[in-house]
Design a protein. Structure first.
Length: 193
């Protein structure tokens, strides 16, 4: 299994502040094993950790990761219609990953999930889950390679936002959700290397 290297990260064109010497300091060397990357990712600002992960993963892994993130919060939707749309978008995106759905189907699922997220804007949980599901479906719709990265980022952000907004004691904290997201993305990254 190949490690994550500074050269790989620099090739992703990270923002200012992530020059080679800073990356070496963060990583504790010029490379890091995927299995050892979780503490490093958790030391970064959340948006930066999601940015790195969404660019290191393959497109199909980004879509799967986005679906995983959306799936963690979709059960909090109280409106059955919105929940059905979100679940359909997740299911269609997963089918696309398995080669069972065409881009047109994924586009339709995206459109429906996007519409339901606008409809459900009064319910924070529904809006978060629908937005995450829409992002997953959009990633599968093959508009552009960057769509999948955006989907994973949006779904991860949506489930973190849900965790932060939820007052329920059974809901994960934003920190716990972020840790789960990073660990889940690393599972995909580890398998693909």
């Amino acid at each position: 299994m190949s490690p994550i290297t500074i050269a790989q990260l620099r090739a992703l064109n990270p923002c200012a502040g992530y020059e080679a010497d800073r990356l070496e300091q963060i990583m504790g060397g010029t490379s890091i094993a995927v299995a050892d990357a979780l503490p490093v990712l958790l030391s970064l600002p959340r948006a930066d950790a999601r940015w790195v992960l969404s660019r290191l993963l393959s497109r199909s892994d980004r879509v799967s990761w986005a679906c995983d993130c959306a799936g963690r919060i979709v059960d909090r939707i109280t409106d059955p219609w919105t929940e059905g749309i979100a679940l359909s978008a997740i299911q269609t995106a997963r089918a696309w990953v398995e080669g069972e759905a065409a881009s047109a189907a994924a586009s339709a699922a995206y459109a429906a999930a996007y519409a339901s997220s606008a409809y459900a804007a009064s319910s924070a949980y529904a809006a978060y889950a629908s937005s995450a599901a829409a992002s997953a479906a959009y990633a599968a719709s093959a508009y552009a390679a960057s769509a999948a990265a955006s989907a994973a980022y949006a779904a991860a952000s949506a489930s973190s936002a849900y965790a932060a907004a939820s007052a329920s004691s059974s809901a994960p904290s934003a920190s716990a959700e972020h840790e789960w997201q990073c660990a889940q993305a690393l599972v995909y990254l580890e398998v693909s290397r």
